[in-house]
Design a protein around this ligand. Structure first.
Ligand code: NAD
Length: 560
């Protein structure tokens, strides 16, 4: 098909990635990129596939439908020694490289720093020149809400460990936002044995989480929600409740009633006030109308609400709740709205950084066959290989029991340096021996130790003050491309919004060949290795020790 004869509009039928072991491209790395792009837009996976939005406010997989069709056609014709370049969701070039080079290189929403803010971004976006790629939306490795589930489970688990003797039993967690990421919160709280109340303004999002069994019950009534929560808390039972309402209003009412809340956080898309945060007094539909009709007024009202929302969370903190930021930049937006004189940590310095020092983070993989049995085979292989790691085995068993797949079957778990390369080789072997029916793609989130500069999140309060130094994610991307990842991406603004982060992604395909085994061994070593390097360089003793233990060569660090 010539590019002029390609479709330019949204497909009539919803998108679903091909399944099975037959290729529609000229090699598995290209096929994997194609299936993962399509999987990101599968209606079971994407929050708003019709608008190409995968998750996280307006995080997209392709810039426009025309660009989407061109990417698909490019991947189908791409040779195994060529590399496709994608500029903010639009394919712009194909160059001859070599067999071990990435098949796709992606840059999303990058702006020259002095132009790196939402107003400039919106202007360029309106002119069709850029796209917001969030994290795994524009890097084609989103796997639905499971993608954040283990991180959320670990975060609430670490919070329970630090403040409540290891369990959330008998504790009430209050949060808001049941979107692509936020939807993991209810299940993560009940997996930690607690009770959770989650405020969500969009009824459809609530329905979706109920359907996927991420939340237990839903109601329109605060009285009913609090009644259920109190009963479960008293009995030490687990329960997650979705409450249809606006967080600014509901949280304020909870404060007024003097309800005892043990933990409070937030997962509305406050990083993008225009697209992701609904002002009080409006339904989701009314908000959509005001957003397009009068964006200025929308922003003024959203700011007033975020201020009210923040004041309520701070009041709950004063009354004894543990308050932490869960990576949506609401602290900055509340400051912009005039709420000052507060201080509470982000979840990374509060709970996650010790794991980052070991190069640990959310490692994920997807069965391109589409057969859930292939994921169960990988689960079994990992449980066998890491049988001494009780935490991991418990997680994989819980995930098998509780996680409903969205789109292509996938799994996530936190693994660090050394173990990731081992897992990659195990998966490649499963493909080579035919124990799984088609190749497996291996990637990770951008909530990661070595590939992110995000001063309000992953790199908040770094020991050496290097929070905003963004050389690290660029080095991570360059190194992973050199090591032979199948696709590599660099992004601006994921998680916390334009102006607040630079980060990189990578995906590598296990297609069962010896070449893939070598690439996997290299990439799954360089990638977590940069996490240890970044934290050792910042002076974390745990990372310095990990570097020594693993024999990393770090000329910038004096190893013990
Ligand atoms: P999303 O846009 O899919 O969902 C946000 C939800 O919040 C929507 O369902 C929306 O209806 C709801 N909402 C907005 N304003 C509300 C209000 N005032 N009251 C009640 N509900 C309201 O976003 P997502 O993918 O769930 O991500 C949530 C946030 O978390 C984003 O800011 C994202 O960047 C950030 N994030 C965090 C992590 C992490 O590791 N913690 C990872 C990725 C993204």
């Amino acid at each position: 098909m010539t590019s002029s004869s390609l479709p330019t509009r949204r497909p009539d039928q919803p998108i679903r990635a091909p399944r099975g072991s037959a290729l529609s491209c000229k090699g598995w790395p290209q096929e994997a990129a194609l299936r993962m792009l399509m999987n990101n837009l599968d209606p079971d996976v994407a929050e708003r596939w019709e608008d190409l939005v995968v998750y996280g406010g307006s995080g997209k997989a392709a810039r426009s439908w025309e660009a989407y069709h061109r990417i698909v056609a490019s991947l189908r014709s791409l040779e195994s020694d060529e590399t496709l370049l994608v500029q903010s969701g639009k394919p712009v070039g194909i160059f001859r490289t070599h067999l071990d080079a990435p098949r796709v290189l992606i840059a999303n929403a990058m702006l020259v720093p002095a132009w790196g803010d939402w107003p400039h971004f919106r202007e360029y976006e309106a002119r069709g020149l850029t796209m917001y790629g969030q994290m795994t939306a524009g890097s084609w490795i989103y796997i639905g809400t499971q993608g954040i589930l283990q991180g959320t489970y670990e975060t609430f688990g670490a919070c329970a460990q630090k403040h409540f003797g290891g369990s959330l039993r008998g504790r009430l967690v209050l949060s808001a936002g049941l979107g692509g990421m936020g939807g993991a919160q209810p299940l993560a709280v009940t997996m930690n044995e607690g009770v959770g109340l989650f405020v969500e303004i969009d009824r459809e999002r609530i329905e979706r989480r109920l359907r996927l069994h991420y939340v237990d019950r839903a109601t329109e009534s605060l009285d009913e929600a609090l009644g259920w929560a109190e009963k479960a808390r008293r009995r030490g039972e687990t329960l997650s409740i979705a409450l249809h309402g606006n967080a600014a209003e509901v949280h304020t009412e909870i404060v007024r009633r003097g309800v005892r809340v043990d933990v409070v956080t937030d997962q509305t898309s406050a990083h993008d006030m225009l697209n992701g945060y609904v002002p009080s007094g409006l339904s989701a539909r009314e908000a959509a109308t005001l957003r397009t009709g009068n964006p200025q007024q929308y922003l003024v009202r959203a700011q007033e609400s975020v201020a009210q929302h923040m004041r309520a969370m701070l009041e709950l903190q004063r009354q004894g709740a543990i308050l932490f930021d869960y990576g949506n930049n609401i602290r900055r937006e509340a400051e912009n709205a005039g709420v000052h004189d507060f201080s509470y940590p982000g979840f990374v310095p509060a709970f996650i950084r010790p794991l980052f020092c070991e190069g640990q983070g959310p490692f994920r993989w997807v069965a391109l066959s589409g057969d859930p049995e292939d994921i169960y085979a990988t689960d079994r292989a990992l449980m066998e290989a890491f049988k001494d790691n009780e935490h991991l085995v418990r997680w994989l068993s819980l995930a098998q029991e509780r996680v409903h797949f969205q789109g292509l079957p996938a799994r996530i778990c936190w693994l660090g340096y050394g173990d990731r390369a081992t897992a990659g080789c195990i998966f490649n072997e499963l493909v080579a021996s035919g124990r799984v029916k088609a190749p497996i793609v291996i990637g990770r989130d951008h909530l990661d130790s070595g590939s992110v500069a995000s001063p309000n999140r992953e790199t908040e309060s770094m020991r050496d003050g290097s929070d905003a130094i963004a050389d690290w994610p660029i080095l991570n991307a360059l190194l992973n491309a050199s090591a032979g990842a199948s696709w590599v991406s660099v992004h601006h603004g994921g998680g916390v919004g334009i102006g607040y982060s630079i980060h990189a992604g990578m995906v590598t395909v296990a297609d069962g060949t010896p070449e893939a085994a070598r690439r996997l061994e290299r990439v799954l070593t360089t990638d977590p290795g940069t996490g240890i390097m970044r934290h050792a360089d910042a002076g974390y003793p745990e990372a310095v020790e990990a570097a020594r233990r693993h024999g990393l060569k770090l000329p910038g660090v004096t190893l013990p």
